[in-house]
Design a protein around this ligand. Structure first.
Ligand code: SAM
Ligand code: SF4
Length: 474
């Protein structure tokens, strides 16, 4: 039943396709921005107004190096205003790589006749233990698209991950990246207590979509485009969208993502929780040279443009990108990254050294640093690495979340909560030198917060963490 999108009918206006390629190209071709207009759009974004498609096109078409610098600077300021110095950390956990689809860019495509693996319950527990053993609190579970990975199966895996507790280790938020389902399917998964449900459109350009999706359910562009509407209908108000950069012109994809955000805000009163913008990487039987590769400079620019265009949407960057690109885009907009990533099925517990085997993994990753290496570096650069899950657990998601995204909320709740989860990490997992640096950072940040608010409660909770209490938040 889940694998029969042909049975699915657009019964509802809300689920009608909302991407008009002609409209997007017309806007992109029409707009020739003046310097003054670019600055006006940056100012508007700094007032935390979500940008229209026209305004986004102004930034996309402003490719003069001086204006590019101003766009990046605007993005840096906006990021600081909305997110402060927090960077949320998570890890991907691949549950199964069986797949009925034939996406030409993916190592798991059906035509790759490789050995397929689906983690057993015991293996999933072992992997989760390995991740909690390094300090992770937030995971994203990843699945191929296959009848075996039904909503019930996914719900079971979510429950299994939540059940793992060892010493102070536990996973407090499980996000999902899996195939689209029907409304009932999404409901089943929601009931297991998930955080964000991510589905990437890959490309918003339908002719390209048809060229790269050679077979399987995923060839149905519309079924995928309306997937997260069905998730919303099922009560999942925390959704993540994304495009795979390298399939089509990046300018079109940025416009597609912004249009997708507009659609959610217009229909549900709340935008997606996150946007992902993976860049295509080498994979088994993929000839990457035939891709529409996005160069590093354009990539950093597009992240800065997205930051300005959708101020309240979290931006996620993964270990597909090397450390030096991560460093740059952390400044200009990214609010979540993964750490200590291993995308081999069962890879966290094996701890194999050396090159990735692309016959066993979805694609090449370029940042293989351990979680602690990344924590240490973030701390050294003055970021606050955060494992916070408070909003999700207090039901501050979706529309409610938007209410909280108001001035002051970050300082009152997010920053203190990030510091509390950092203190937990320092106590339970960090080597001595990271711990020392981490506490210096915490003291500095508490002192900064004390200029604007009463930090007595925070100081008490930090002491409690040192004495062994866990999972404290505001
Ligand atoms: N099978 C589900 C689906 O297709 O929606 C789960 C997604 S897949 C395991 C996660 C994401 O990885 C895809 O949506 C795609 O954007 C990305 N991906 C696939 N192949 C890639 C590659 N060669 N390089 C970078 N990202 C890739
Ligand atoms: Fe399957 Fe997803 Fe890979 Fe496509 S991207 S082949 S659907 S795992």
């Amino acid at each position: 039943m889940i694998y029969s999108p042909e049975k699915y009918r657009i019964k509802d206006q809300r689920m009608k396709p909302f991407i008009d390629p002609d409209e997007i190209w017309e806007i992109l071709e029409k707009i020739k921005p003046t310097r003054e207009r670019v600055r006006e759009v940056i100012r508007s974004a700094l007032d935390k107004k979500r940008l229209s498609l026209e305004e986004t096109a102004v930034l996309i078409n402003a490719d003069d190096p001086e204006l590019t610098e101003e766009i990046k600077e605007g993005a840096r300021q906006l990021k600081e205003k909305v997110y402060g110095e927090r960077i949320v950390l998570f890890a991907p956990l691949y549950v199964g790589d069986m797949c009925i689809n034939n996406c030409i860019y993916c190592g798991f495509r059906k035509d790759n006749k490789t050995k397929r693996i689906t983690l057993s319950r015991e293996e999933l527990i072992t992997e989760t233990r390995a991740l909690t053993g390094h300090g992770h609190k937030r995971l994203i579970l990843v699945y191929g698209e296959h009848p075996r990975y039904s909503p019930e199966f996914i719900a079971d895996t979510v429950k299994t991950v939540y059940s793992v507790k060892k010493n102070n280790g536990e996973i407090r938020r499980v996000n999902i990246n899996a195939a689209p389902f029907d409304i009932q399917g999404f409901r089943t998964i929601k009931d297991a207590g998930i955080g964000t449900f991510q589905i990437f459109q890959e490309t918003y350009h339908e002719p390209t979509y048809m060229e790269v999706h050679l077979g399987g359910v995923k060839r149905n562009y519309e079924w995928r485009l309306t997937a997260l509407d069905r998730a919303q209908e099922a009560g999942i108000d925390d959704v993540g969208i994304g495009a795979l950069f390298g399939l089509y012109d990046w300018r079109f994809e940025v416009m597609g993502l912004v249009r997708h955000v507009n659609h959610f805000e217009a229909v549900y009163g709340v935008g997606p929780h996150t946007i992902s913008f993976p860049r295509i990487q080498n994979a088994l039987s993929l000839d990457i040279s035939k891709s529409n590769l996005v160069d590093d400079e354009s990539f950093v620019r597009l992240v800065a443009i997205l930051r300005l265009a959708v101020p309240y949407t979290g931006l996620i960057l993964t270990a597909r990108e090397p450390a030096h690109i991560r460093d740059q885009v952390l400044r200009f907009g990214v609010s979540q990254i993964d750490g200590g990533t291993n995308i081999e099925l069962g890879g966290y517990s094996k701890q194999k050294e050396g090159e990735q085997d692309l016959a066993m993994e979805q694609f090449r990753i370029n940042d293989t640093r351990s979680l602690n290496e990344i924590m240490d570096e973030l701390i050294g650069k003055g970021y606050i690495p955060s494992f916070c899950t408070a909003c999700y657990r207090l039901g501050r998601t979706g529309e409610h979340f938007m209410e909280f995204s108001v001035p002051g909320f970050i300082k009152r709740y997010c920053s203190p909560n990030a510091l509390l989860t950092l203190a937990e990490y320092l106590e339970d997992y960090a080597p001595e030198n990271t711990k020392r640096k981490g506490y210096v950072l915490i003291e500095k940040k508490v002192a900064e917060l004390s200029k604007h608010q009463n930090v007595k409660g925070l100081k008490i909770k930090l002491e409690e963490v040192k004495k062994g209490k866990r999972d404290l938040y505001f």
